[in-house]
Design a protein around this ligand. Structure first.
Ligand SMILES: Cc1cc2nc3c(=O)[nH]c(=O)nc-3n(C[C@H](O)[C@H](O)[C@H](O)COP(=O)(O)OP(=O)(O)OC[C@H]3O[C@@H](n4cnc5c(N)ncnc54)[C@H](O)[C@@H]3O)c2cc1C
Length: 482
């Protein structure tokens, strides 16, 4: 888990049995019914233990085995999860309770009186993330186990097998020497995704080929190693996670969206998680943040979210997430704040200008087309009906009052979350469904935990949460403790 800030767990003591069953159904529906429900069930059963282990071992909590000895539990609110003196802390919490009628855009999910509660603390703040917490975990464990050997910069290059069982792994260190590691119980691969391997992307998830990637060096080694031992890939149509949380806040708000030609292209009440699909058919753009292979022709994934200075007066039903006051937005405007904190300075891309002409210039979209798009949008707002794209009337607000706001969004690939087929214990399976003895594949390397075109976005932190959980499940299972 080298990236990200929020992992989440289902808290069984605050949920009902039927609520958890409904969550599994809900999640699978967002995965186009292609998830392995046994894996979803395993996550629901074990994520609380895994998350609490993670927070305690990282020493980030008020009361930990590295603090005063008492345990943190899922009732611990995030305000009391403390800064550990190294600036790494729980800075936010987006926990939630699936209960009653759960609404997502046009869809509703009925939980009735049942509950499925998820605990979702965020570790950071940015640019610190879960990777920093993991480093602390390793350091803390080493304090207790002086003979624990860790080998970084030593990628696994070959699995060792004997009579169909995986018995070890060969790594290649920075000096180019090969090291053989013999497994007493099993090999657990947790090598992440393959989004930087162009050939694998083309074969398994071509939708993301024209988009920039947030990660580097994710070459799909683990997939290849596992397949060399008899594992097989999840069927075609792998699940992708594509976001931009960094250019500005209010990423879900259905403001006016324009492509980089200045044209409106969608009903904005679509959902952030699906923008990658829509933008596949919009023009590429040559921006400042591009993968090398896109520098000549640009990449897909760019659009501008436009609103006017009156947005704080818009009625509550105009907002999906909640209004963020202009003062909070300042740190996302390049150059507006001397040393903005809690943001990636190279990714902020929000603009606030007195005229639309100026805004178009800063966003690098053609003013004449932008103006025509805004005029048409304002006309539809006056009419109270979006004849062009069908956006619900409560989200239609004219853009007329200066200063004008524009966020240039850059949707990139956060992760690929499909991998080789495993079972609910994290054990790799052959195409015939047989366990490959001695081999576990966890995190984004395993699946199908999802299965749809897009990562489901109903529960913040599900991705990291399942990675923590399946890491723990695999280790325990390999030790015969599950
Ligand atoms: C910017 C960003 C923000 C994100 N935010 C969130 C978030 O807030 N919440 C959330 O749930 N998800 C988030 N995600 C997604 C989440 O980070 C990933 O799904 C998760 O980190 C995957 O964990 P993993 O252990 O499977 O793989 P990774 O985190 O990719 O870790 C795999 C590790 O294996 C190493 N490795 C690769 N090949 C080898 C080899 N041959 N030998 C040895 N080691 C190898 C890699 O170097 C890497 O360190 C975010 C992703 C990005 C890029």
């Amino acid at each position: 888990m080298s990236q990200g800030n929020c992992g989440s767990a289902i808290i069984k003591s605050r949920s009902t049995e039927a609520g958890i069953a409904k969550w599994i159904h809900h999640t699978n529906s967002l995965c186009d019914w292609r998830a392995d429900v046994k894996q979803l069930r395993a996550y629901a059963e074990h994520s609380e233990e895994a998350m609490i282990w993670f927070w305690n071992r990282a020493g980030l909590t008020r009361e930990t085995e590295y603090g005063d000895g008492s345990k943190v539990d899922s009732n611990t609110d995030c305000a009391s999860l403390m800064n550990d003196g190294d600036k790494l802390c729980a800075f936010r919490c987006t926990s939630g309770d699936f209960t009653g009628t759960w609404r997502e855009r046009g869809n509703t999910y009925e939980y009735g009186d049942d509950h499925c509660y998820f605990w979702a603390p965020w570790v950071g703040p940015k640019p610190l993330n879960a990777g920093n917490a993991l480093r602390k975990i390793v350091d803390n464990i080493k304090k207790d186990h002086a003979n624990l050997d860790t080998c970084f910069q030593t990628p696994a290059v070959k699995l060792l097998t004997k009579d169909g069982r995986v018995t070890g792994v060969i790594g290649k260190n920075a000096e180019g020497n090969y090291i053989e590691f013999r497994a007493s119980k099993a090999v657990i691969l947790a090598t992440g995704d393959y989004t930087n391997n162009a050939a694998m992307v083309e074969r398994w998830c071509p939708d993301i080929a024209e988009f920039d990637k947030k990660q580097h060096g994710k070459t799909g080694d683990g997939h290849v190693l596992a397949m060399s031992a008899g594992a097989h890939m999840e069927p075609q149509g792998h699940t992708k996670m594509m976001h931009d949380f960094d250019s500005a806040l209010m990423w879900e708000e259905p403001f006016l969206y324009l492509n980089m030609n200045g044209e409106r292209f969608t009903n904005e009440y679509t959902g952030f998680v699906y923008m990658g699909n829509l933008l596949k058919y919009q023009p590429a753009y040559i921006g400042s943040m591009l993968d090398p292979e896109h520098r000549e022709k640009g990449s897909k994934g760019w659009y501008c979210s436009i609103y006017d200075s009156d947005y704080m007066n818009w009625p509550a039903e105009s907002f999906v997430e909640g209004k963020i006051p202009p003062v909070v937005m300042q740190k996302f405007i390049p150059g507006a704040v001397a040393d903005p904190q809690g943001v990636f300075k190279n990714l902020i891309d929000l603009h606030c200008c007195d005229t639309l002409e100026q805004l178009a210039k800063e966003l690098d979209i053609p003013y004449e087309t932008m103006k025509a798009s805004i005029d048409r949008y304002n006309e539809l707002c006056d009419k109270g009906c979006d004849d062009d794209f069908g956006k619900p009337a409560q989200y239609m607000h004219k853009i007329e009052k200066a200063p004008f706001w524009g966020a240039r969004k850059h949707i990139r690939v956060s992760a690929g979350v499909s991998g080789v087929v495993i079972n609910e214990n994290g054990q790799a399976l052959t195409a015939e469904g047989n366990v490959i003895p001695g081999l576990y594949c966890v995190g984004n390397l395993g699946g199908p935990f999802y299965g749809g075109a897009d990562y489901p976005f109903h529960q913040t932190g599900l991705s990291l949460g399942r990675c923590y959980t399946f890491g723990m499940i695999a280790a325990k299972h390999a030790l015969g403790k599950m």
